[in-house]
Design a protein around this ligand. Structure first.
Ligand code: FEO
Length: 400
């Protein structure tokens, strides 16, 4: 049975949501599910913008069949090759043998790697094509390398001001009810689904996002249709300005995220005492997480949002505690910038975590490491309490 939404007179949302998925890309928890978006235009020519993950393909094909009826599919625009958007493409091309694939040259090479059919007679590369005209609608293409793979492009419908934006401007979360972003309040919980998605999927490539925003700067956008999450047709500048901020690694707020790795509670206690003291000193926006409990994808999103981070780790096998090591490694590999960092380490006989964390952070740019890091042995004693108070004061001063 079909389940689609009419977006405009001739444009339809034909994607679908997966709430059974546990890990997106087999790594990011998505307890709120995820949508795989695809859009179908019925003009003089018919155009499909991207396909969907195979997990939701049965409803997707029912949608195509119900909307196209006896019409053929003329074009499939592939804005992004990643299989969450192309694992149904081969079947689409088999069902609609006249359909041509419109994509970048690099995308056509990558499609050949993923798919088992010969595309050589079916691909129209955008470098040659330049524009696509379907009748009333004229499309141009905007290359968006590394958002989030190198072959990515967005497609701009010049007739309606609609941007088919690939992964850009997407979010985690299944679509419940309305496909339009203005149908739900853009509160902190919703914003988090965008920030966590952005930080983890695209976050490393801020410079490329900046380039894309510059290219789109002069375009009068009326609608953004991403490959995950809802369609934006109002207050587009709200989302675009967040992308501008995130891609420059500018924090949304002055705030402290304390992340700790604690085996027997000593490091956790130190962090609680630090947080209490920060609060006493009037610091706002303090949050604290156990790295063994909270998935890194949420923590990276908190780092994106806030100006200050405290890494607090016990020493383990003469190294950084394994969960903290993973987090620091993720932080470094996402190339975070413009953060202020403090460190607490613990080690019952040979604390080494602090120096190892500092070594890992050396490759990052515009990172400020605060003085007065704290070393505790096993748990907090009166002298470590004094050190923690001093660290709290140092953090508070740096926030003002
Ligand atoms: Fe949603 Fe990069 O794929």
């Amino acid at each position: 049975m079909e389940c689609y939404t009419k977006i405009d007179d001739d444009l339809f949302y034909v994607g679908y949501s997966d709430r059974r998925i546990n890990l997106f890309e087999n790594v990011y928890p998505v307890p709120e599910g995820v949508s795989y978006n695809s859009y179908l235009l019925l003009d003089e020519k018919t155009v499909l913008f991207d396909t969907v993950d195979h997990s939701v393909s049965s409803v997707f094909f029912a949608n195509l069949k119900a909307i196209l009826k006896d019409r053929q599919l003329d074009f499939v625009v592939v804005n992004h090759v990643e299989p969450d958007h192309t694992s149904s493409l081969q079947m689409v091309l088999e069902c609609y043998p006249n359909a041509k694939v419109v994509c970048t040259k690099q995308a056509s090479v990558m499609l050949g790697q993923f798919m088992a059919i010969d595309l050589s007679e079916r691909v129209l590369d955008i470098e040659t094509l330049q524009t696509l005209n379907s009748g009333k609608h004229e499309f141009v293409f905007v290359k968006m390398p590394m958002i989030h793979w190198p072959e990515v492009m967005a497609t701009l419908d010049k007739t309606t001001g609609t941007l088919f934006s690939a992964d850009a401007f997407g979010s985690f979360g299944a679509i419940s009810g309305s496909i339009f972003a203005d149908s739900v309040e853009f509160d902190e919980k919703v914003k988090e689904t965008y920030r966590r998605y952005y930080t983890n999927i695209v976050g490393k490539y801020g410079m490329f996002v900046q380039n894309t925003l510059k290219q789109l700067g002069s375009v009068n956008l009326k609608r953004i249709c991403p490959l995950h999450g809802r369609i934006w047709r109002k207050d587009l500048e709200k989302l675009i300005s967040l992308y501008d901020k995130w891609s420059k690694f500018e924090s949304e707020q002055r705030g402290v995220v304390i992340v700790y790795a604690s085996v027997y509670g000593g490091t956790e206690l130190a962090c609680n005492l630090l947080a209490n003291k920060l609060c006493e000193l009037g610091t706002l926006n303090i949050s604290m997480f156990d790295v063994s409990v909270t998935d890194n994808s949420y923590l990276l999103s908190e780092f994106m949002k806030n100006s200050h981070i405290v890494f607090a780790s016990t020493t383990y096998n003469m190294g950084i505690f394994v969960k903290m090591e993973e987090l620091v490694s993720d932080f470094v590999s996402h190339d975070f910038k413009n953060k202020t960092i403090a460190i607490i380490e613990n080690g019952s006989w040979a604390p080494t975590a602090k120096n190892l964390i500092l070594k890992r952070l050396e490759s990052l740019k515009n990172i400020t490491i605060l003085d007065n890091s704290v070393t505790l042995k096993s748990t907090v004693k009166s002298e470590t309490k004094t050190q923690l108070d001093l660290l709290a004061q140092t953090i508070a001063n740096s926030m003002n």
